[in-house]
Design a binder for this molecule. Structure first.
Ligand SMILES: Cc1cc2nc3c(=O)[nH]c(=O)nc-3n(C[C@H](O)[C@H](O)[C@H](O)COP(=O)(O)OP(=O)(O)OC[C@H]3O[C@@H](n4cnc5c(N)ncnc54)[C@H](O)[C@@H]3O)c2cc1C
Length: 322
């Protein structure tokens, strides 16, 4: 059995879980096993997983679904893993799936590979390809062990419906130790984000150290105001300086963007930043240094001081769209 950890929110299965099922099905086909799913709540969505190749969905309710307690969920997953004699346990590319799987692996002393794109197995050993360093390099590795644990990277695998059958749904109540609920989320506060969220923005204006200060970010905001669906992002330096909030950070330890246009102003294009921006369709770099890495990544580059270039760009767009 290949056991998958399926996440959901706002009445939908998480996209990253559906992407992960593509990997899980491939692995299950190689070892001639079925794919089953573990869910915490979301019973109404469980049968629909049949469309993505899930044979049986096991839904945990009660305390396990009401609040997110990573260790308790890992224990529940471990109980199911044992009951189903699972060859592999796989989750999607979210922080929460990785956290639950890491607890499971640590407690059971299992091998875990995060961000796995491909698995080739003879039923014993797995040859895997996985992303490292935020996707800037691919690692080929060999995994051994009775049960292997994987997570798939976010938004890298295709979602592939494979049929229109329904998954069988079973409600279960794994006997999880009370102590494992000790760490649990007791409330969620929505971030106070203005405008379009970075991952959904059609145009992103990114600023880095070269912007120079909190007030200077206003210039980037004014440029963003010229477009529908535009928002301002930043490098980690700008966040660490306190010029913008952490929600605006793009990169390995920030958010990933995939806009039609990324205007990157006063930032060097360090690899940790670029892994979050490389999904951009077009890039316009503005930098005083013609040798900055971002100038080579972009489709268009303007060598110049952003404090002159950005207001001119804003005025030109305003004049053209009036
Ligand atoms: C584990 C780890 C994780 C990290 N995660 C992230 C991450 O998620 N996101 C991230 O961004 N970084 C991340 N970093 C930091 C990253 O390595 C870089 O230090 C950072 O991205 C650089 O920010 P910057 O481009 O703003 O600054 P700099 O590298 O200092 O570049 C500033 C640029 O501005 C240009 N400039 C200066 N003045 C002007 C001007 N007036 N007009 C035009 N251009 C000007 C300069 O020529 C230069 O190219 C991470 C680092 C580590 C070690």
């Amino acid at each position: 059995m290949v056991l998958t950890l399926i996440e959901h929110g706002d009445g939908e299965i998480a996209e990253t879980s559906l992407e992960m099922l593509t990997l899980a099905r491939d692995l299950a086909d190689q070892v001639d096993e079925d794919v089953s799913a573990a869910m915490f709540g979301g019973e109404e969505l469980a049968a629909g997983l049949g469309e993505y190749g899930v044979d049986t969905a096991y839904v945990c309710g009660g305390d396990l679904s009401e609040s997110y307690a990573p260790e308790a969920r890992a224990d529940a997953l471990g109980i199911l893993m044992d009951d189903l004699d699972s060859a592999a346990v796989i989750g999607g590319g979210t922080d929460t799936a990785n956290e639950v799987l890491a607890h499971l692996s640590a407690k059971r002393d299992l091998a875990m590979a995060a961000n796995t794109l491909e698995v080739d197995t003879d039923g014993e050993t797995c040859e895997i390809t996985r992303q490292r360093w935020g996707g800037s390099l691919l690692e080929h590795a060999t995994m051994e062990g009775e049960t292997k644990v994987f997570s798939a990277p976010d938004h890298e695998l295709p979602i592939e419906p494979v049929g229109d059958g329904e998954a069988a749904v079973e409600t279960i109540t794994p006997d999880v130790d009370e102590a494992s609920f000790e760490v649990a989320i007791d409330r969620v506060e929505e971030a106070d984000i203005e405008g379009v969220p970075l991952p959904e923005a059609r145009i992103v204006i990114g600023g880095g150290r070269g912007v120079g200060g909190e007030e200077d970010f206003e210039q980037l905001e004014e440029l963003a105001d010229q477009f529908d669906g535009a928002t301002v992002g930043a490098t980690r330096i700008a966040v660490d300086e306190g010029w913008v909030s952490h929600d605006a950070q793009i990169g390995q330890t920030g958010q990933k963007i995939a806009p039609d246009l990324y205007i990157a102003a006063g930032l060097s294009g360090a690899v940790q930043h670029w892994v979050g921006a490389k999904g951009s369709e077009n890039v316009l770099a503005i930098n005083t240094d013609p040798e900055a890495a971002i100038m080579y990544k972009g489709d268009y580059a303007i060598v110049g001081d952003l404090h002159e270039v950005v207001p001119e760009l804003t005025d030109a767009i305003e004049a053209a769209t009036d």
